[in-house]
Design a protein around this ligand. Structure first.
Ligand code: GDP
Ligand code: MG
Length: 176
């Protein structure tokens, strides 16, 4: 597939506490068909991956916080024009789950697209033995707020492809 032409560009932003695995998820997803890893403006970077949905070529432009989350200093530019957001917590760190509400509020404050599609990810599901966030607790939270929910592992690849596919397909449906 040519990377130069595409029918749609969807901007997706990653959010969540430092250390939950945002950059690892992005690296895992973009590793195979890696297009671009560009740094511009201090502390913000994105990667892209192109995929086909129906007959359309979709370019996903996925923004990573590059460590800024610690200072909660993400600029409006980070959020502007986002079609989708991936909220990530670590299933072994309950505090990172409780902080999801902060990120959800921040995203809703900064995006003017009322229809932004939001995916909640409980990452590090390979560490099930030391889990502190029960799957049902997170699933219920997501259902109450209309978020898509999945548990993933960037380490062993569990649900990474599925997560992006579900998110991008939902954005595609709503864009048309
Ligand atoms: P970020 O700060 O949210 O971008 O998190 P990073 O991607 O930098 O990951 C933080 C740490 O968690 C690193 O040591 C990663 O190797 C580790 N990590 C990320 N994803 C997973 C995962 O799915 N399973 C496990 N066991 N470790 C992970
Ligand atoms: Mg990171």
């Amino acid at each position: 597939m040519s990377e130069d032409t595409h029918d749609y560009v969807f901007k997706v932003i990653l959010a969540g506490e430092s250390g939950v695995g945002k950059s690892s998820i992005l690296r895992r997803y973009c590793q195979d068909r890696f297009n671009l890893d560009e740094r511009f403006t201090v502390g913000i970077e994105f990667r892209t991956r192109t995929m086909q949905i129906d007959t359309s070529k979709i370019k996903a432009q996925i923004w990573d916080t590059a460590g800024n989350e610690r200072f909660r200093a993400l600029t409006p530019m980070y959020f502007r024009g986002a079609h989708g957001a991936i909220l990530v917590y670590d299933i072994t760190n309950h505090q990172s789950f409780r902080n999801i509400q902060y990120w959800l509020d921040t995203i809703l404050d900064h995006t003017n697209l009322s229809g932004i599609v939001i995916l909640l990810i409980g990452n590090k599901c390979d560490l099930d033995k030391i889990r502190t966030v029960p799957t049902d607790e997170a699933r219920m939270y997501a259902e109450e707020r209309g978020l898509i929910f999945l548990e993933t592992s960037a380490k062993d690849s569990t649900n990474i492809e599925i997560a992006f596919n579900v998110l991008l397909k939902k954005i595609y449906k709503e864009e048309r």
